[in-house]
Each structure stands twice: as C-alpha cells, then as structure tokens.
Design a protein around this ligand. Structure first.
Ligand code: ADP
Ligand code: MG
Length: 243
C-alpha cells in the first residue's frame, strides 16, 4: 500500500538517507528505532514532503511519485495521504482543541466549517477529550496536547499516520495516556509508522520493527525476532544500550 524505493536525502551534500527501501501494508504498525542523528525524522518528513527527497520513488496507494520531479499537486496529494504527529505537538496556540482538529479539514480538505467541527467533536470523543473542546493548548496538560495532536492526525483520515517521537517531549506522568491512545489506534488497525524510544510499545504493538543506522535500514523483523535475536552487530549494540 505504501512503498518507498531508493529514497535519498542529502543535507549539504552528505547523505542522511542513503537509499531507503520500505514497504508498508495497510493496517501494519511499524516502529522505527535507531541512534539519534540516523535519519529517522528525515525519513518521516520526506514521506510527507516536509523535506524534499533528492532521489527515490514514493508510492501511496494508487499514486507513485518520482520525488525529484514531484509536482505541487503530487506533493499536496502525498500530504493528504500522510498525517504527521510531531514530538512537540505543533498545535496552534491561538486555536481551541476543537479548532486545532478541524483546521486541516477546513484548509486542506476544504470542508465547510460546520462539517469540520462536527468531525472534530467525534474525534474529541474518541480521544477522551470531549470536555476540552473549547480549551486552548496552554490550559491542557502535555498528554492532552499530544492527544489533540493525534486527534488532528486521525481527523485527516490519511492512509498512514507518521509519529515522530510522540512521547519524547512529555513529562513521564503523561506518557502512558498517549501510548494508550496509540495502542487504541493500533487495535483499530490504523496504519502507522512510529519513531520511538519506547521499546515496550514496540514489543507490544509493532508488527515489524525497523532498525536504522547512519541513513540505512540495517535490519527489520517482528519484535520477537529483532529484540531477541538481532542479527547485525549494530542492532545488538544499540539494543544493549536501550533495553
Ligand atoms: P534522527 O531523527 O534519527 O535523530 P534526523 O533525521 O533528525 O535524525 O537527522 C539526521 C541527520 O541529518 C543529522 O545529522 C541531522 O543533523 C541532519 N539534519 C536533519 N535536518 C537537517 C536540516 N534541515 N539541515 C541540515 N542537516 C539536517
Ligand atoms: Mg528525530
């Protein structure tokens, strides 16, 4: 359903993604792990064209994009099919929880405001924040803010939700409620690609764990295999440090 082929991204000439190949099935939960500075965020950002890849093909459903020749229309289509959850939530401070969730539907999907707000209320129910519809981000806890961030991604009804370290900015007390919401989405078989250091989440929820190092996918497999019997010395070395 989603296919990444020979994806390359360079910063100042140096390859940060050095020919990434990855296929993701509908309903699959993939967790990406690896040392910092390895290109995990860049990979997610390239899928959403927050960064423009330097080479490679990206297939999202029936749309295949040659990333070097991507047109404006293709980039917008790719953004509609991929929703992003940021480490720092990236909510609009001057919009309520409801408005934050509705905003993309109004601006990107061109929904009428009434319809977008109705959808946002449904989402607020699903993320357990129905009573916070009119609250501004500053009055919400970190965990609640990130649940709104996830709600915004859910509202987009994208093919895949990309999570970039969604719990890394949170005080420890809020981590579980955010992971809990992500687990709920996983049970609903929402396709997702999750960069995280939460190895317990990866163990419990991932269909497949992908280990990246220095712009490459070194190794991947079901969590039982990757965590218990890593094949590559770089994977073993990384897991020794984090497990
Ligand atoms: P990770 O998410 O695995 O920690 P990143 O994808 O953020 O890694 O970064 C990979 C490498 O690319 C790092 O060396 C980082 O400094 C570099 N990098 C990321 N974004 C930019 C940018 N916009 N300009 C220059 N270098 C960048
Ligand atoms: Mg990162």
């Amino acid at each position: 359903m989603i296919k990444i082929e020979q994806l390359v991204k360079r910063f100042n000439g140096a390859p940060v993604l050095d020919g990434i190949d990855l296929e993701i099935e509908q309903g699959e939960i993939i967790v990406v792990i690896g040392p910092s500075g390895t290109g995990k965020s860049t990979l997610l950002r390239c899928l959403n064209f927050l960064e423009r890849p330097d080479a490679g093909y990206l297939t999202l459903g029936d749309l295949t994009i040659d990333s070097t020749k991507a047109t404006r229309a293709e980039i917008l289509a790719a953004r509609r099919r991929t929703a992003f959850v940021f480490q720092n939530y990236a909510l609009f401070a001057n919009k309520t929880a409801l408005e934050n969730i509705a905003e993309g539907l109004i601006v990107v999907n061109r929904w009428p405001k009434v319809k977008a707000h109705a959808r946002a209320r449904e989402i607020l129910e699903r993320i357990g924040l129905a009573d916070k519809a009119d609250a501004y981000p500053a009055s919400l806890s970190g965990g609640q803010q990130q649940r709104v961030g996830i709600g915004r991604a859910m509202a987009a009804q994208a093919d895949i939700i990309l999570f970039d370290e969604p719990t890394s900015s949170l005080d420890p007390e809020w981590v579980e409620e955010v992971l809990g919401l992500m687990k709920q989405l996983a049970r609903e078989r929402q396709t997702m690609l999750v960069v995280t250091h939460e190895m317990g989440f990866a163990q419990d929820v991932a269909d497949r764990v992908v280990f990246m190092d220095s712009g490459h996918i070194v190794e991947q497999g079901p969590p039982s295999q990757l965590f218990r019997a890593p094949q590559d010395p770089r994977t073993r070395d990384f897991l020794r440090k984090v497990l």
